[in-house]
Design a protein. Structure first.
Length: 401
């Protein structure tokens, strides 16, 4: 610990002061304490609380402890010493929401008051210049040691508070991703405890580390993170906000990520589930792998691949007229039929989409009409054909990674 290193590094100062000096100074401790407390309250606004009796008692106890501890260090420089009260003060400053500057100011001010009072009474006490010099050294060494102890307590309290806040944020994430959804009251209570404003909508983000490992992303504070979960994830509030998705994409460079659609708070688990499905389709090459994959841009594909066995069964029925053809013929006619269904069934539009001559399209469409006959007049058949042909195209022509 810092204060232990300070003790070991400054033992020589305590041994240099004659032990008998402590007996000379002890009767004057009360007077010095009063002066120190008065000066601190006058000069440090954070400690000026005349209406707070408990706080005054704590301040007085701290000053007395510091002065008594100083004398004990002079009398027994090698005796065990643990300034726990100053760690407690450091924890208290953290709990008050202050930094350590007011406390450090009070400490320096108290040391100056004590040193001034000591020099004023040095002749009366019979202190020679060398002893007075050694006492001054000891006072400021002691000040450093107390400051180290307070800093340890302060850092400990801050770390504990940060850890507790992080645990509560993880619990909030767990609640949002629970199925069935947790009660709105429980979510609202925990959100209030961590200072998380309840958003109108949220989106789940599914994550996978890149092949070479991924750096921890630096994310906005309102994003709930679950990077340590078995399947890493995020919950993003109000994903449709200005620049929200762009900032997220920048923060997640090096990760494979998919963001689900924006949903009400109670449906956060659904959004994350869809994001995970999209990420899986990206791994399989059905959806893009580059950048942040947005489910909102690929909803039809997600629907088509939601039940692949059912789509495969439907494909056997609807693509049966093509089954006897060579593979290259199947591919050309399937591509043309999908373009015909998607582009208004106009020859010119289909030719432009396929980058072929319109006459080529007419030839292929005549083949398709011969194979399917009157079935293409049925809107339900056309709808089912588009489903299976989209699935077929996604499997055979994966997007660039």
């Amino acid at each position: 610990m810092a204060f232990e290193r300070a003790l070991k590094g400054h033992d020589e100062f305590w041994g240099a002061v004659p032990a008998g000096v402590a007996r000379l100074l002890r009767p004057r401790v009360g007077d010095v304490a009063d002066r120190v407390i008065a000066e601190i309250q006058r000069r440090v606004p954070e400690y000026a609380r005349p209406e707070d009796e408990l706080y005054i008692k704590v301040l007085r106890l701290s000053v007395n402890q510091a002065l008594q501890g100083f004398l004990e260090r002079i009398e027994n420089p090698r005796a065990p010493w643990d300034p726990e009260i100053f760690r407690t003060i450091g924890r208290g400053e953290a709990a008050e929401g202050r930094d350590l500057e007011p406390f450090q100011t009070a400490m320096r001010l108290g040391a100056r008051v004590a040193w001034r009072r000591l020099t004023e009474q040095s002749e009366q006490l019979g202190l020679d210049p060398r002893t007075l010099y050694d006492l001054g050294e000891a006072i400021f060494v002691y000040l450093d040691q107390l400051a180290d102890a307070a800093a340890e307590g302060f850092a400990e309290a801050r770390a504990h508070a940060a850890g507790e806040m992080e645990r509560r944020r993880r619990r909030l994430l767990d609640l949002l991703l629970t199925r069935p959804a947790a009660s709105p009251e429980a979510v609202a209570d925990l959100a209030r405890a961590v200072g998380w404003r309840l958003p109108r909508t949220v989106a789940g983000v599914a994550l996978e580390e890149g092949d070479g490992g991924s750096p921890l992303p630096v994310l906005p504070p309102d994003v709930l993170t679950g990077l340590d979960r078995n399947v890493p994830c995020l919950v993003v509030p109000d994903p449709g906000g200005p620049g929200q998705v762009q900032a997220l994409e920048k923060a997640l460079r090096g990760w494979r990520a998919a963001i689900g659609p924006a949903v009400p708070l109670a449906a956060a688990a659904n959004s994350l589930g869809w994001a995970r499905e999209a990420l899986d389709l990206g791994t399989r090459g059905v959806l893009p792998r580059r950048g942040l994959l947005r489910c909102a841009d690929h909803m039809a594909t997600l629907v088509v691949f939601k039940d692949e066995e059912l789509v495969a069964a439907l494909a056997e029925v609807r693509l049966a007229p093509l089954a006897h053809l060579r593979q290259t013929q199947q591919d050309r006619l399937a591509e043309t039929l999908l373009a015909w269904l998607r582009h208004g069934r106009g020859v010119a539009e289909v030719a432009a989409a396929l980058h072929v001559h319109p006459q080529t399209v007419r030839y292929r469409l005549r083949q398709i009409e011969q194979l399917y006959g009157d079935a293409l007049a049925d809107p339900d058949v056309r709808f089912e054909l588009e489903i299976v042909l989209r699935a077929r195209q996604a499997r055979r022509d994966p997007p660039g990674v």
